[in-house]
Design a protein around this ligand. Structure first.
Ligand SMILES: NC(=O)c1ccc[n+]([C@@H]2O[C@H](COP(=O)([O-])OP(=O)(O)OC[C@H]3O[C@@H](n4cnc5c(N)ncnc54)[C@H](OP(=O)(O)O)[C@@H]3O)[C@@H](O)[C@H]2O)c1
Length: 244
């Protein structure tokens, strides 16, 4: 069975680890990030392609060449995966401090792009028998956290998108929104770079780093890749990697 995966935010962090694990499992990968990477060699009969794209820019979705590129990549697959992983935690701070431009970028990257890619994915590969969409959500989408109103709202949107798409009951399509846990990536460095006035839980997150409580991207990425190709995928619209 030939499996092909589109992974957003593949250039570093969790997305890079998911892409690496998928390639190791024999899955062809197309990565979408602003920067290309040289850290993900294909091999063992797999192919690895990348597109440099700014997913916080809504204009990229008006360009038909994106749909053509995705369709060309996915051609010939028996199973296709879309991993909506790219995301940002900023702007961090209480209401009134984010600024419209930063909020628009975050909402476009964290919500509009995954929803548009999911729609495009279903449209261009509707004839593939096994289609799977994974949103990388966050525990922050399942509760409110001071300083993270934009981030919490965007991740909650992904969860409810997955619930609603599951209600569409489209034959051959499975979708899950997954909270991956707290992982040692650049995003955690962004969080620790905030002030306590912007993010009151700052000390808790600094302590997780110093106490070695952060999960490694490699471990989380390997578990997510295994889940993506497992029979369990899509059972629940909303799930948590720590409970799988
Ligand atoms: N780390 C955690 O503890 C944690 C916890 C819960 C959920 N998550 C979620 O896990 C996902 C991955 O997070 P991470 O920690 O790996 O973050 P990260 O280290 O900051 O990496 C973010 C990835 O997204 C890409 N990206 C950022 N802005 C982009 C844009 N405008 N257009 C296209 N790609 C863009 C980045 O690539 P370029 O810079 O090359 O564009 C990079 O590959 C996110 O959705 C995050 O919300 C993370």
């Amino acid at each position: 069975m030939k499996t092909k995966a589109i992974v957003t935010g593949h250039s570093r962090g969790l997305g890079e680890a998911i892409a690496a694990s998928l390639l190791e499992e024999g899955v062809d990968v197309l990565g979408l990030s602003r920067k290309k990477t040289t850290a993900l060699p294909a091999g063992n009969g797999t192919s690895f392609e990348q597109i440099a794209i700014d997913l916080s820019d809504p204009a990229v979705f008006s360009d038909k060449s994106l749909a053509d590129r995705l369709q060309t990549f996915l051609a010939g697959a028996d199973r296709v995966l879309l991993v909506n992983n790219a995301g940002m935690v900023k702007p961090i701070g209480p209401l009134g401090t984010g600024g419209a431009d930063a909020i628009m970028s975050a909402v476009t990257l964290n919500v509009a792009a995954p929803l548009a890619l999911a729609d495009l994915f279903q449209a261009v590969c509707a004839s593939v028998a096994d289609r799977r969409i994974l949103h990388i959500s966050s525990g922050a989408g399942r509760r409110g956290m001071a300083g993270w109103s934009v981030y919490c709202a965007t991740k909650a949107a992904l969860d409810n998108h997955a619930r609603a798409v599951q209600e569409d009951a489209i034959s051959g399509l499975k979708i899950t929104s997954l909270a991956p846990g707290v992982i040692d990536t650049d995003m955690q460095a962004d969080i620790r770079g905030a002030s306590v006035e912007q993010f009151p839980a700052l000390d808790e997150f600094k302590a997780m780093k110093t106490e070695g409580a952060l999960a490694s991207p490699q471990n989380a990425g390997a578990k997510i890749a295994a889940y993506l190709v497992s029979d369990r995928f899509g059972t629940d619209a909303v799930t948590d990697l720590r409970q799988l």
